[in-house]
Design a protein around this ligand. Sequence first.
Ligand code: FMN
Length: 380
Amino acid sequence: MLFRTNPPSSHYSQSGATCGLEAAPARVRDSRLFRIPFGNGVRVNFPVIFAPMAGLSHLAFRQLVRTYLPSNAGTLLFTEMLSTRILPGEEVGLTPKTRVAPGERDLIPQLLGNDECWIAPSLRKLMTLSPAGIDINMGCPVSKVLKHNWGVALMGDIRYAEKVVRTTRRLTTLPLSVKMRTGLKDDPEYLVDFAGMLEEAGADWVTLHPRIQSQHRRGQANWEYIGRVRDAVRIPVIGNGDVQQASDIVRMLQQTGCDGVMVARAATARPWIFWQVAEQLGFGQPGGREGQRAPRTAAEEGREYQRALSFFCDRLEAGFTPAEQLPRLRLFLAWGHKWIHFGHYLSTQVNRCRDLKSARRLIDDFFDTPKPMKGRTRLQ
Ligand SMILES: Cc1cc2nc3c(=O)[nH]c(=O)nc-3n(C[C@H](O)[C@H](O)[C@H](O)COP(=O)(O)O)c2cc1C
């Protein structure tokens, strides 16, 4: 069992035990992230974080992930990126991107923007959600975001990015984070300087997705940079990129010494990846799953995927209007199907459905013949 081996790195001291982490090595128990007092009294004691994903990190998906989180595993769940140009005029809490369930105390809304006159009213609006912290997006690589000097464009101008962080720091007392990439260019020294700037400017923690802008999500994330940044700053560094299985999370923690791992695409296929890691770390089972163990084999995972889809559809029906439901199921399947045998066929067929009800029928028929799940797939 990987987590029972001695940690090879010097990143963590040997002291400090946290409830639910008895089976974890000191390097995990002593994550710097666990020391941050988040809003709502939230304390993180589980080093796997749910990522921001546009069109995906909404209420229904978060509710699904929560069914796989043991109640004693405290972590953070991001919203999708929220435009500071739109938030001030919105009924925050009522729009599809900002709807939350009662008791979502561990939420990190992610801001997309750069200007105080938009960030300030956006932050005020977000207080209705009672967030645990606030994140600034410095990673989005798409051109319509770059042309406004948002997202990863901010990494091209270190002094301007500093101003954005200092401004946001002044406007909120909540823990503040930045989710960034390697940058516009592959320059590790600049990346380390940039991370140092974030720390100086008042960021409490950072997440690094080590790809450059032009890669979008292609090629391989360079995990070596996660370790370099972790060594260079005192604040917690969360690693992100190319996690497909629980074993990848363990590997990223071990190889990079990072303070936690953020999971995005793989959560659309195996949201129980949180449970799988929690099990290895010695947490209890998720509520309602007492006495069970996390799915492991390809067949077990295939069966669980069908159950997860069904629950996801239930939550879409409960939390979204009919017009909002199907696009969200389609996007969920557009990523998750890659890990399922014949998943492409399923995703294509669901794209042709007119409503959630017919999509659900189709999903049930598809799984009439059990479909195993792949451990890994080719990610784009
Ligand atoms: C559909 C989709 C939407 C995304 N939207 C966002 C976003 O709104 N904000 C953000 O910071 N990253 C966003 N990302 C990037 C992910 O958070 C993550 O950094 C990236 O997918 C790499 O992690 P992974 O290999 O675990 O998928 C998005 C990724 C996907 C696949």
